[in-house]
Design a binder for this molecule. Structure first.
Ligand code: FAD
Length: 311
């Protein structure tokens, strides 16, 4: 039995495990892939106090830091079901893993992160981190003075286009539908910018490159069926961030987007269950934010433990 069981080994889970272990309580961490999204990142320039690092290096450092403590790490383990504490579970939260094992803990920190929805077109995977990007806060400055496209005319796409327009030379926003779905105030702001073009009723069909970097985006005009090739250096895909919470549906409160609803202490709708990072309703999905949230959730779990009635 654990005092704190962390699910997920990205920045949020690693921070939660370190903060819990430093309280001298029994801490476990189960993760499908230790390191999380960080492993898929090339350059990281906004990890405060570190000028520059690379994803795999930060992922390895996260794991090393957790291993310095007495944390029972169960890597390559996928959680499939959370069973809330009840009389039937002896007041313990249970976590069922895909390998058939059941873990029991007094408190749980959920930090299963999220994944960016992809366009699913040829060239997208090949040029990921080589011009194809998903995070404007992270990678926007890498495209300073260059031409980019933003795929998606919802709030996140339009926010990204406004943000990027201040950094890059030119932005083309590509929307599948016949109109943008973003809030009016954002659309007005976007249309006021001199270096932004908006293309609606368009479907991105291929990412072209020279073997090293992205050189163009091919899209189809859905009305005329004409194909267009847009020469550019970067493509920001903004068609949704999907929280890895499908397995929690019906167990605790999720937002309409599937994010775990938390309060400012990281408390979920279930007693003893906390959550942190990209899987939650936290605004802005970033490494430093996930780490802060993981620390908060672990401290809240500790607070919950010291208030638990004695058996
Ligand atoms: P994640 O990193 O997503 O980790 C989730 C963890 O949970 C993983 O270990 C995963 O294997 C595990 N998991 C998922 N489901 C289950 C399950 N059912 N059972 C067990 N384990 C599970 N942020 C920045 O601040 N700066 C950047 O430069 C930057 N660049 C980025 C570039 C790319 C390409 C991407 C994709 C993201 C980037 N980000 C960047 C965002 C940053 O990576 C995330 O905000 C951060 O990793 C979120 O941390 P997390 O711990 O909440 O989730």
């Amino acid at each position: 039995t654990f005092d704190v069981l962390v699910v997920g080994g990205g920045p949020a889970g690693a921070a939660a495990a370190i903060y819990a272990a430093r309280k001298g309580i029994r801490t476990g961490l189960a993760a499908e892939r230790f390191g999380g999204q960080v492993l898929d990142t090339m350059s990281i320039e906004n990890f405060v106090s570190v000028d520059y690092t690379e994803g795999p290096k930060l992922g390895a450092a996260l794991e090393q830091h957790v291993r310095n403590y007495d944390v029972d790490i169960m890597n390559l383990q996928r959680a499939e079901k959370l069973i809330p504490a009840s009389d039937g579970t002896g007041g313990l939260v249970e976590l069922q893993l895909a390998n058939g094992a059941t873990l029991k803990s007094k408190t749980v920190v959920l930090s299963t992160g999220a994944r960016w929805r992809q366009m699913g077109v040829p060239g997208e995977d090949l040029y990921r981190n080589k011009g194809v990007a998903y995070c404007p806060h992270c990678d926007g400055p890498l495209f300073k003075g260059k031409r980019v496209a933003v795929i998606g005319g919802g709030n996140s796409g339009v926010e990204a286009a406004i943000d990027l327009a201040g950094i890059v030379s030119h932005v083309t926003l590509i929307e599948f539908d016949s109109k943008l779905r973003a809030d009016d105030v954002l659309q007005r702001k976007l249309r006021s910018l001199p270096n932004v073009d908006i293309v609606v009723s368009a479907l991105g069909t291929e990412v072209l490159g020279d073997g090293q970097r992205v050189t163009a985006l091919v899209y189809r005009d859905r009305i005329s069926d004409e194909m267009h090739t847009l020469e550019l250096e970067g493509i920001f895909v903004q068609i949704g961030l999907l929280p890895n919470t499908e397995w929690l549906k019906g167990t605790l409160e999720l937002s309409p987007r599937g994010e775990i609803v938390i309060d400012e202490r990281g408390q979920t709708s279930l007693p003893g269950v906390f959550a942190a990072g990209d899987a939650t309703t936290v605004p802005y999905k970033q490494i430093v934010i996930a780490m802060g949230a993981g620390s908060t959730a672990a401290l809240s779990a500790f607070d919950h433990l010291i208030r638990r009635p004695l058996p």
